[in-house]
Design a protein around this ligand. Sequence first.
Ligand SMILES: Cc1cc2nc3c(=O)[nH]c(=O)nc-3n(C[C@H](O)[C@H](O)[C@H](O)COP(=O)(O)O)c2cc1C
Ligand SMILES: Nc1ncnc2c1ncn2[C@@H]1O[C@H](COP(=O)(O)OP(=O)(O)O)[C@@H](O)[C@H]1O
Ligand SMILES: [Mg+2]
Length: 386
Amino acid sequence: MPTSFDNKAASLSAMSEHALAAMLRVAVDASPVCISISDMTSPDAPLIFVNKEFCQTTGYGPHEVIGRNCRFLQGEGTNRDTVSQMRAAIEKREPISVEMMNYRRSGQPFLNRLELAPVFNPALGIDAYVGVQRDITEFRATEATRREREKMEALGRLASGFSHELNNLLQPIMIYGKLLSTSPEVRDAEFTEQMGTIVDCATAAGDVTAKVLRFARSGVASTHPEPISQRLGEAIRMASRLLPAGVSLEVIGLAELERLCTVDSADLLQVFGNLFRNASDAMNGEGRIRVTAFIEGSTLSLSVSDTGPGVPLHVISRLFEPFFSTKPPGQGTGLGLSTAYGIVHGWGGSIAVQNRAGSGAEFILSIPLQQNTEHSEIEPPWHASF
Ligand SMILES: Cc1cc2nc3c(=O)[nH]c(=O)nc-3n(C[C@H](O)[C@H](O)[C@H](O)COP(=O)(O)O)c2cc1C
Ligand SMILES: Nc1ncnc2c1ncn2[C@@H]1O[C@H](COP(=O)(O)OP(=O)(O)O)[C@@H](O)[C@H]1O
Ligand SMILES: [Mg+2]
């Protein structure tokens, strides 16, 4: 005979079953990750449930996705091998975890970390799959930025130690080399010439270490604030003198720059000289370089773009490393962009590269402007050919 206590317990547990189902439903909809369920007993495994976060992330309403196979999220950037792996796992009713490019309703791509697990209970006639999706686009981008920063910091430490050690060894070579080659006791012309070569090589090696040090000392700020427009105009004009006749130069937006910046003219010339030379090399001496300046809030952005072939994707993350060059030996030192990197970071700014939609590379410098300075009237952009 069940006691009244047992009755109460039974009804409580029946109630909690019901309450639990409602609670699960609410919890699944409150979940910060996407949850989806596909019915494996129907042809092509249609979705039978998606939670709110799934709709939020993908941009689709539930009525637009229920009854469809979840592959509608895939597109041209989706790795087909990953899709095959998923298909194989699902056929064997195994769990699987993948990362793949998916697309929202708007067409915007996102990196989807998808975990699938079979939901199987023959007694209850259940044959289904549950999927948990997370949009990890931002997470991966932050991670990549952190890795990139750590790599550059490590390279900076290596470059700094190496350059200092090498400089210490170069000093006596240069000093004694000069002394010996100019010594009044030495009358031998051949000896003097050989000593001269030693001094020239030591000087050239000193230039290399100076460039590497410029990269390593990227945290070091330079000089006093100066009006950027004048300095920039001069630097661009001087850097453009090195360009071959087949390369034209267009400058947009310089007249707008009346603000102050802690940049040094010699450094500016180095940066633009390197960027222009690289652009000209990439275009084989025929094409157009465009410099565009614009201010957003307290940041000055300078874009230097060209009409060359752009930067191959597999080298883009190595471009600013010292000694990284794709040019044949003797033509590239791989120190141009690392020097520019060091200088721009010394200004408290940053330099990045991207390929432009059509073709060509674009280098974007972001430089902090001084606060609390008058910003005079913005004039219309002007175009100039040097
Ligand atoms: C529950 C569940 C959720 C899924 N979620 C996604 C998803 O978010 N994105 C995606 O690209 N594929 C997803 N898939 C995988 C596709 O539905 C499909 O199984 C996959 O594309 C392999 O099959 P196919 O080669 O026939 O397309 C999911 C599958 C299941 C069963
Ligand atoms: N405008 C550009 N277009 C395409 N590739 C470029 C461009 N600028 C630089 N690069 C690539 O970056 C590499 C590194 O440039 P840099 O540091 O100046 O060294 P270097 O010019 O001596 O090779 C180049 O070898 C080239 O592969
Ligand atoms: Mg170069």
